[in-house]
Design a protein around this ligand. Structure first.
Ligand SMILES: Nc1ncnc2c1ncn2[C@@H]1O[C@H](COP(=O)(O)OP(=O)(O)OP(=O)(O)O)[C@@H](O)[C@H]1O
Ligand SMILES: [Mg+2]
Length: 366
C-alpha cells in the first residue's frame, strides 16, 4: 500500500487553470473520491497522477518517491476510464491479460492472474466472449478486472459507472467498494455524482475550478461544509440559502430576513457576537432539517409560515416549495404527509442544524 501525495500541483491549458495548486495527501489503502461539477478539473488531476498529463508545476509522490516526470508505465498505476475502453477485437481473456502481456509475464502467471481477477469480478464464465457479446455492466467489469490484474499500487478510476443504468450503478458501486477494501489498493475515484461520492469514499475531495475546496469524510462534508459551494453541491434537494442580517433583541441574537427570524443558540451566538458588520450573511439550512409542526425531532426549533407554492410528491418524501418574502423555502417531509397547494403552512427550523456563511466569500462561520 502506498501513500499518494500531491504538492502544489498545477496544470494549465494556456489560460485555463484546470488544476490550480492542489495539495492533497491520500493514506495508504485509502479510497478518495474527487467530486465536483463538469469542468472542475477532476480528469485532469487524475491524469496528472497517472502521468498521462505533464504537470505545469508541483510534484506527485508515491510514498517518498517522486513520480512527477515518470511515464505512466513506470508508476505502477492502473486506470479505468468512463467509456470503459475494452478492446472490441479481443476476448475478455485477452483484454484482461493485456497489461500482463505487455509486461512480459510468463504464460502460467498470466493464466493464474486472469482467473484470479475474473473471479473477483464474477466474469470467469465469460472469458471466451468478445465485448460485443457482453452487457454494459459486464464490459465495465472487464475494464476493472484489467485494471487490477497487475495489482497496481494506485488505482485511478474516472467516472467508471456513468454509462450504466441506475440499478446497475448502485450494484457496481458496492462491488467496487468491496473489491477495493479487499485489495487495499490506494484508490482515487472521480465522479460528479454526490451519492456515489458519499457512499464510496473514505474521504471526499470537493473541487471547483481546479481548486480543492474541502477534503473530509462524507459526514464532515455533509454536516460541516467549509463554504457555500460545498454546502450547495452536497445534498438533495439543495440546501436553502437565505440572505440575513444579525439583530440583537433583549439579549437574544437573531438571524433575520423578511418574514423570518431565527434565534441563535448559545453555541452559535458566541461565534458572531463580536461581529461589527451586522449585514451580509447567508443562512443555510437543508430541506430535511426543516420540519412540519408535530414532526420535529427536537424542541429547539423556530417557526415560520408560508404558502405552499408546489409540492413534489415523490411518495418516499414530499418536497414542498414554500413562498416566502425572500424567495422559496424548500422543505423535505415524509411522503405520507398530505399538503395542499396554496394553503398556508407552518414549518420549523432545526436550530442545531443551521449554517451561517459570509456573503462575500461564501466561507462558513458555522
Ligand atoms: N487538453 C486540453 N486542452 C485544453 N483545455 C483542456 C484540456 N483538457 C481539459 N481542459 C480544460 O480543463 C478544464 C478541466 O477539465 P477536466 O476534463 O479535468 O474536467 P472534469 O472535472 O473532468 O469534467 P467532467 O466532469 O465534465 O469530466 C476544463 O475547463 C477543460 O475545458
Ligand atoms: Mg472528466
Amino acid at each position: 500500500m502506498v501513500k499518494v501525495r500531491l504538492k502544489g500541483l498545477k496544470k494549465y491549458f494556456e489560460r485555463v487553470k484546470a488544476v490550480n495548486d492542489i495539495n492533497l495527501e491520500i493514506k495508504p489503502g485509502e479510497f478518495v473520491v474527487l467530486l465536483g461539477p463538469s469542468g472542475c478539473g477532476k480528469t485532469t488531476l487524475l491524469r496528472c497522477v497517472s502521468g498521462l498529463e505533464r504537470v505545469t508545476a508541483g510534484r506527485v509522490f508515491f510514498d517518498n518517491d517522486d513520480m512527477t516526470y515518470l511515464p505512466p508505465k513506470d508508476r505502477n498505476i492502473s486506470m479505468v476510464f468512463q467509456n470503459y475502453a475494452v478492446w472490441p477485437h479481443m476476448t475478455v481473456d485477452s483484454n484482461i491479460a493485456f497489461p500482463l502481456r505487455v509486461k512480459k509475464y510468463s504464460q502460467k502467471e498470466i493464466k493464474k492472474r486472469v482467473i484470479w481477477a475474473a473471479k473477483l469480478l464474477g466474469i470467469d464464465n465469460l472469458l471466451d466472449r468478445y465485448p460485443a457479446q457482453l452487457s454494459g455492466g459486464q464490459r465495465q467489469r472487464v475494464a476493472v478486472a484489467r485494471a487490477i490484474v497487475m495489482e497496481p499500487k494506485v488505482l485511478l478510476m474516472d467516472e467508471p459507472l456513468s454509462n450504466l443504468d441506475a440499478l446497475l450503478r448502485v450494484r457496481m458501486r458496492t462491488e467496487i467498494k468491496k473489491l477495493q477494501e479487499n485489495l487495499k489498493v490506494t484508490t482515487i475515484y472521480v465522479t460528479h455524482d454526490q451519492v456515489e461520492a458519499m457512499t464510496m469514499g473514505d474521504r471526499i475531495a470537493v473541487l471547483e475550478q481546479g481548486i480543492l475546496q474541502q477534503l473530509s469524510s462524507s459526514d464532515e462534508i455533509y454536516h460541516n461544509p467549509v463554504n457555500t459551494f460545498v454546502a450547495g453541491f452536497i445534498g438533495s434537494p439543495q440546501m436553502n440559502f437565505i440572505e440575513v442580517e444579525i439583530v440583537s433583541q433583549n439579549k437574544v441574537l437573531y438571524l433575520r430576513a423578511k418574514g423570518l427570524e431565527i434565534p441563535l443558540l448559545d453555541k452559535f451566538k458566541d461565534k458572531v457576537s463580536n461581529f461589527s458588520d451586522k449585514r451580509n450573511y447567508i443562512l443555510g439550512i437543508r430541506p430535511e432539517h426543516i420540519y412540519i409542526t408535530g414532526r420535529a425531532q427536537t424542541d429547539q426549533v423556530a417557526s415560520t409560515k408560508g404558502k405552499v407554492y408546489f409540492a413534489e410528491l415523490l411518495r418516499s418524501d414530499t418536497v414542498i416549495h414554500l413562498e416566502k418574502e425572500f424567495g422559496f423555502l424548500v422543505v423535505k417531509t415524509p411522503g405520507d404527509l398530505k399538503v395542499k397547494e396554496d394553503k398556508e403552512l407552518e414549518v420549523l427550523f432545526d436550530l442545531l442544524r443551521i449554517h451561517l456563511f459570509y456573503k462575500d466569500t461564501g466561507k462558513a462561520i458555522f
